[in-house]
Write a protein of this length. Sequence first.
Length: 239
Amino acid sequence: MKRNGLRGENMGERWLFDQLEWNVDFDAACKKLHVMEDDRDDFEEIYGETVKRMKPVFYAGREKILSNDGHSIVLGGERFESRVISVNLKDSDTVYPFVGTSGRAAYEYALSISDELFRYWADSVCELALRSASVSFRKAMRGVIGSDNINSLAPGSVIDWPISQQKPLFALLGNVLEKTGIYLEPSFLMRPVKSGSGILYASEKHFESCSLCPRQDCPNRRAPFDSEKFGRDYGEKNE
């Protein structure tokens, strides 16, 4: 199933992308989720009900870096504590915070399913939709930023940027629940579950936070773990 159309609604220094192109191919999803031939009819029903409720949306902004002391940065009235972020942004003056989700209605549908396998299927279709929409979002943001070379940093995925920093990120963007339907749990996890957040920035030097993450069983790993990278690139000797 495919949805077409990409629209960015300029809201001063905020943009709402609520017509992103995305695609969750049925046969590819069956293969990805190891759906057995005998289960295809059941999966097709769950797939169809999930897809018709799907509405990926991203909300992003542009922020000047007001200060960078080598261990934290200040954006708007919010401070973000991270040596990695501070070093990565030492030559930057502007960043682009964002949040995005596969949609509230599809998430609530998945929650309503009592059968564990069927619920897993619905959740997985939401994740595939989010990944697909994320590609369209990044393409759109390359146009906004004016560079093909952009990196991303996300709370909880950077070794010294904890998930608790979701709170200032949401505060910085403002109106996140109203614009996207995304909200934070007391644990700082996002709901809907299939959501993402972070900061985009332009850089000629490619960066993958996976290179700093020791978790080896991550299905979304994009780069191998480098056990010496943090000390080499972010140690005090680099100050």
